[in-house]
Ligand binder design. Structure first.
Ligand SMILES: [Zn+2]
Length: 255
């Protein structure tokens, strides 16, 4: 019954010129409705880290689109919801979508609607407004590569009856867990991790939220400077330049 998330990938990929043009057009036509939006459009705020630090809720998807121009998105689940009305039964879709920059930011959104296409777009928009900042690190003494490719330490999350534990893995291990966990972790920029889960009702939706919850919980571990250094912890996005030179070669062999 559930649709596979890969469906959207079948669409033609836009060229980088087309992407840049649609980005410019989005910014040109965007009329901010909130104070935060206005500051972002005027470039008074120029990073997602600064938005997160302000603690101001994001009420416009364009804020995220402008500050994180290279977002990816995945449909996590499309469910059917039946509703009985006076005129009979009506079918609606419930779409769960996730979005992230593959580099420290991840959000999940849900929308309901009569048609799948527009409902997916609404869910993605909501996922953007729910964007969260996470911490990553090298996290494993077995690895010691010094790049933020995994969760910085063991971290747990839950949603409903689903519990998830993410553990750091050395570079090249990949994501060892369900397809849903892989989608969420990849969008967040975690490329190596072990995922363990438990719970009776392991629905895709609760599972995705439990992984997100665990990622958000990376922010609540008390750490000192030594931990931050030893585990190569970064919060939010890294610029590629910050990564150590050996990273390029490792990435190729990790495939
Ligand atoms: Zn490492």
């Amino acid at each position: 019954m559930a649709f596979k998330g890969g469906k959207r990938r079948a669409q033609r990929e836009m060229t980088s010129d087309e992407l840049a043009a649609s980005y410019e057009q989005m910014i040109d036509t965007w009329v901010p409705k909130t104070a935060l939006g206005t500051m972002v459009k005027k470039k008074e705020i120029t990073s997602m880290g600064a938005v997160m630090a302000s603690g101001i809720p994001i009420k416009e998807a364009e804020i995220v689109e402008m500050l994180l121009p290279n977002m990816s998105e995945e449909v996590i689940n499309v469910g059917r919801v039946q509703r009985t009305t006076d005129s009979g039964r009506r079918m609606r879709f419930r779409v769960t979508a996730a979005t992230g920059n593959n580099n420290g930011y991840i959000g999940i959104g849900i929308a309901k609607g009569k048609e799948v296409g527009p409902t997916i777009r609404t869910a993605i928009k909501r996922a953007k407004m729910n964007i969260k900042e996470i911490k990553r690190g090298c996290g494993s003494w077995e690895c010691g590569c010094g790049n933020p490719h995994t969760v910085p330490f063991d971290v747990e999350g839950d949603c409903g009856s689903v519990r998830v534990k993410l553990s750091p893995a050395p570079r090249g291990v990949g994501l060892i867990g369900s397809e849903t966990a892989k989608k969420v972790l990849t969008l967040a920029g975690v490329s190596d991790a072990w995922v363990k889960s438990s719970g009776r009702a392991r629905t895709t939706l609760n599972y995705a939220y439990a992984v997100l919850d665990a990622l958000v919980n990376t922010n609540y571990m008390k750490l000192n400077e030594t931990d931050n250094k030893n585990l190569s912890i970064v919060r939010g996005a890294t610029s590629k330049k910050e990564l150590k030179a050996e990273d390029d070669t490792k990435e190729q062999t990790a495939g």
